[in-house]
Design a protein around this ligand. Sequence first.
Ligand SMILES: Nc1ncnc2c1ncn2[C@@H]1O[C@H](COP(=O)(O)OP(=O)(O)OP(=O)(O)O)[C@@H](O)[C@H]1O
Ligand SMILES: [Mg+2]
Length: 404
Amino acid sequence: MSEFDEKSNFDDKKERTSNADEAGFEARALELEERIRLLEAERASLLIEREHYVRDLEYMRRELEQTRSTPLVEATIVDILPDGRAVVHSSNGPNLVVFSSQSITSSVLRPGTRVALNQRGSSIVEVLPRAQDTYVKAMEVLERPNLKFKDIGGLKKQIDLIKEIVVLPLLHPELFEQVGIEPPKGALLSGPPGTGKTLLAKAVAGETSATFISTVGSELVQKFIGEGARVVRELFELAREKAPSIIFIDEIDAIGAKRVDIGTSGEREVQRTFMQLISEMDGFEPLGNVKVLAATNRIDILDPALVRPGRFDRVIQIDIPTTEEREEIFRVHTRGVNLASNVNLKTAAEETEGATGAEIRNIVIEAGLAAIRRGSTQVQSSDMESGIKAVIRSSSTKSTAIYV
Ligand SMILES: Nc1ncnc2c1ncn2[C@@H]1O[C@H](COP(=O)(O)OP(=O)(O)OP(=O)(O)O)[C@@H](O)[C@H]1O
Ligand SMILES: [Mg+2]
């Protein structure tokens, strides 16, 4: 072996070992990087866990504080004295004259504001949100009726009027601004019982996306003895808060009837509720995107104050349906009915002069029952006849013969 050979052999060896070292380092570096990644992932998950514990701890602390703290006293401000103190009516009895905590800006303290007093009832420590009657809140129709204008037979003119007065101003207030007129505040549906007033209002609820708040006049005065006026006020507050909205007061004659003399306290209560309704509609606070819809079958006994301009500007009259309208109502109510081909709805309409929508619905139900009685699943024209007989006869024997 030459000297040269030996040298190259040596170099070779050196190179091989350095190659091996490098591979080893690289592997180690990779290993370490992998480890770093793992540790970082672990760190991140630990941080998240820590976050959870901190939140738990905070929650526990708050719980502990809440269970330890003694309750505050609820009160309503009656008056603000010139020196800044407030007269409050506390929920546990007497009226108190109290200071308010420095942390409360004095401008929010006004008569009628709901506040919390400290334990000893000596100072206002917190301003509470306005109490909202749960009953008033429940008047909002959350589950809209699956009822559309097409489910109403006839009443085309009335539907158009409602669209113009209630639906259009809510959807396109700019149209009224451009023309420069104030849109009507509301409409009063008037007509004999069973002609579809409540139905029309329900269809409005089903057709628009505006908040729909529905109540009945008699409930306003019967359920809340002594509080009808407050409920009306809160009703309008809720409507303003949730605008665009529609307030529907069915059977408004229960609160809006004119009275010759106000004798009993019950009558005075009704009167107060009525006055509140009037003042809400006249309102110093603009109604804005709130429309009021009401229905009555006794417009003759309504206080004329109710239909003065600026209140229920429009009266939408609904009359006993004409023959064509009756045919349409028959069509609406027989939509899902298994009718035999010999049933002629036009004839049925002609034979039911003076019948209302409600009676027509009953006729169809009676006809269906007659078919079932026969053991059939199809309504024949003879069933229709007996339905008409059953309903029309029973209504003509009623002592209140209003359908003449
Ligand atoms: N035009 C109509 N088209 C279809 N159905 C009608 C129509 N009018 C009345 N009906 C039927 O009669 C029922 C009763 O009508 P609704 O409750 O609307 O009467 P109303 O006018 O509010 O009467 P009241 O003055 O007694 O409150 C409705 O649920 C509906 O089934
Ligand atoms: Mg009704």
